[in-house]
Design a protein around this ligand. Structure first.
Ligand code: AMP
Length: 189
């Protein structure tokens, strides 16, 4: 089972991805987590991505597609994966479809967790307080930029999947448990 989990920063993608991982025995592939690990390790990728991420901008499509293409070839992805925070642009969505076709794999479901911007500011503020400001981009100013980027570059990916009859939308304002229940119904349906 290969799943795309879609939604703005703070929608709860990471939280829901964990439940899906446990239920379906797939791996969570978060491009944000991979980039943060590269920044921490000080790799060439990390050095390149650090300032882009801190500014709330997007890392280059070709680089991201290269990372994902390599990652889904690894043995732990054989049973499936859940993409969290990818694709984030139309070229990434088209690139993913090319990669999957080349590798003889398919995408089984696209799930959008929908949350209005006003709620996201409160959630990111809470996450920043809980994690002691661990993420350089979890602040009101950068979040504003991340949301602009989400609306201008990432949200246009939704019609791409809708036209293919692949898009499922879940109301992310519900409790965590209710969101999980809806997602499970979609995936088991
Ligand atoms: P996230 O943890 O998904 O919120 O991602 C944190 C940051 O990493 C984003 O604001 C971007 O700067 C970068 N990033 C993560 N995933 C992608 C992606 N698919 N394409 C481009 N940049 C990304």
């Amino acid at each position: 089972m290969n799943i795309i989990l879609f939604g703005p920063p703070g929608a709860g993608k990471g939280t829901q991805a964990e439940f899906i991982v446990n239920r379906f025995k797939v791996v969570q592939l978060s491009t944000g987590d991979m980039l943060r690990a590269a920044v921490t390790q000080g790799t060439e990728l990390g050095r390149m991505a650090k300032a882009v991420m801190a500014a709330g901008d997007l890392v280059d499509d070709g680089i991201i597609l290269g990372i994902i293409g390599d990652r889904i070839d690894e043995p732990d992805c054989a049973n499936g994966f859940i993409l969290d925070g990818f694709p984030r642009t139309l070229p990434q969505a088209a690139g993913l479809d090319r990669l999957l076709a080349e590798k003889g794999r398919k995408r089984d479901a696209v799930i959008e967790v929908q949350v209005p911007d006003s709620e996201l500011f409160a959630r990111i503020e809470k996450r920043a307080a809980e994690t002691g400001g661990a993420r350089a981009d979890d602040n009101a100013e950068t979040l504003k930029k991340r949301l602009e980027v989400y609306h201008s570059q990432t949200a246009p990916v939704l019609p791409y999947y809708q036209e293919k009859g692949m898009l499922n939308t879940v109301d992310g304002l519900q409790t965590i448990e209710a969101v999980t229940a809806e997602i499970m119904t979609i995936l088991e349906g």
